[in-house]
Design a protein. Structure first.
Lengths: 338, 338
């Protein structure tokens, strides 16, 4: 305990909000040059895009996806991964396969649910994280191209992910299956476990929800502390929560299948969580970690210095990116098959 | 990856510092009432106390210690712990013993190094964290009342801690010894491991550095992002770094025995780290975590929602406090003796 606090405690607490003056954040020097560049990027003005219909979101998503697609050939080439479209029990997927599958991963299978606030990264644009996992980890990955508005609303994305999960379990056996995803994909990973419990399906061997949108009711302290600090999501009143409201389509946002931090996590498989100190969802990642630990689940937390939302997968050439996927690989290696 | 970032990436990075407007932080509702009260406490004006001599610091420390001492009888009573002064090879210590030592902790011994920026909490005032560990964990604890300025400067605190560590290892055997502490005590815990390596001493079974002052060169992104957000340390230009400069007494602050994040952590024992999302030392906790993981060390990170520096030990009646010491106990149980 420090002097200031000890004295402050005696002055008596109030419920007055803490006032934080304007500040200037230098680009940190204790991260790689690649991540310095990611951190130095000003927030895009598009964080204020608050579309209100599925059709508007799809138009925005398609425009953005066209740009993402341009980057994928280089990513696949650098990481020696091939991507092929397929369908599994009627659900669109991409089979993401590294040139070299590790011998110890021969019987393992990962299911990937992409991020994008339940609205963005349709089609192949949603495969970049799956490519990194396949390439860095030498795993076979199935990336779910789940339906998004206006094609389907809640719980369409979750239903599609469950269809693929069932098929993966049937093919590889639950203990050899891992599930992962970031942001909305992190939330979907958690929602899949809640849904699997409801349906009496077996748990996978391990999961890796990255900076999950675990609470879409605007609760979580870093929505405030990291507002305008996170250069990706930027604000709790930004595009991401607006997109989720459209996906929810009138459904209660407190439902654990939309805000999984409110779900019962007893019986969840071993879980590795990844976030950054500037992440708008830092709180909603650590709250899931604590909730898992309270439920007796083996749960590992990784927090990267100075990173905003999901920046551990923004540049595949950064050592931190290699490290983040290396941690997930080591965690899957420790837990899958057991 | 989110829409805003994907667009921002294309706009080209700059090295302009990010500008964060003034903001108001509501007291979070997703923590216990006790921790809400701790969080709602305004920063004490004493954060600007920048004494420049050991004598000035000791005067301030004594005044503060007198207040801390008033709280200790109640703490000891609630947690069923007794505290007795002693000396070990000339070093002042407190033997901190719970009424009930767990049967499985019969052969275990913990060494505690208190916090306070290397200047505060002299004498019995430094025992509160040791009382919590003994009471919540049912461990026997030796709390080191290491010399502080003006009695001794760097590396006096570390030398005293090492003397007690040697004695503990001799008594219990290294693998049955755990070392823990918070803030400067977290830094000292890490510095002790670096020093033990230099001296060829065996590593303990496990360590628990809480929110360590791992970098006193003002490096670490949360020195900026959590400035005026953390209501304990408040600012990188506050009392704590000023105190450390006096302790360092002209010694290079980059020395890993003052800034252990710069040390070689290969061969460190299993480590559990604890911090909070509002902690000014959040970055300097997660940087140690990452560095340990890079060195192949088993390292577990716990980050508590909305807590500023060391607030996981501010109120022994808060469920989060119980949880924080419960995690450390479980970690020691897993690793001590192996």
């Amino acid at each position: 305990m420090m002097a200031a606090a000890a004295t402050a405690q005696q002055s008596g607490a109030t419920n007055t909000p803490e006032q934080v003056p304007a500040k200037s954040l230098p680009v940190p020097t204790d991260v790689s040059p690649q991540i310095q560049k990611v951190i130095a990027t000003p927030p895009a003005t598009t964080w204020k895009d608050l579309w209100t219909t599925g059709e508007q979101w799809r138009t925005a998503a398609d425009a953005q996806a066209a740009k993402t697609l341009q980057k994928l050939p280089g990513l696949r080439e650098r990481l020696h991964v091939k991507v092929e479209p397929a369908t599994i029990d009627g659900v669109r997927v991409y089979m993401v396969t590294p040139d070299v599958v590790s011998p110890e991963h021969k019987d393992k299978l990962l299911v990937h649910v992409h991020g994008g606030c339940y609205e963005l990264f349709p089609g192949e644009a949603g495969t970049s994280e799956a490519i990194m996992m396949a390439g860095f980890g030498h795993f076979r990955v199935i990336s779910v191209d789940y339906r998004m508005p206006p094609e389907a609303y809640f719980p369409g994305a979750l239903d599609d992910a469950m269809t693929v999960y069932r098929a993966a379990v049937k093919q590889a056996g639950a203990k050899d299956v891992g599930v992962f995803g970031t942001s909305a994909g992190g939330a979907l990973t958690l929602e899949m476990m809640l849904r699997a419990k409801q349906l009496g399906l077996p748990m996978p061997g391990a999961i890796a929800p990255g900076t999950p949108m675990s609470d879409v009711t605007k609760t979580g302290d870093s929505f405030y502390t990291n507002e305008m600090v996170d250069n990706v999501l930027v604000s709790r009143d930004g595009f991401c929560d607006a997109a989720t409201v459209v996906y929810a389509h009138g459904h209660d946002l407190h439902d654990p299948l939309l805000s999984p931090v409110y779900g019962d996590m007893h019986g969840f498989p071993p879980t590795i969580l990844t976030t950054g100190t500037r992440d708008l969802l830092l709180s909603n990642t650590v709250r899931v970690h604590r909730k898992l630990r309270e439920a007796g689940v083996e749960a590992q937390l990784e927090v990267f210095e100075a990173m905003s939302h999901a920046q551990y997968e923004m540049d595949d050439t950064a050592p931190e990116t290699h490290e983040a996927f290396g941690e997930i690989t080591a965690f899957f290696d420790k837990h899958l098959g057991h």
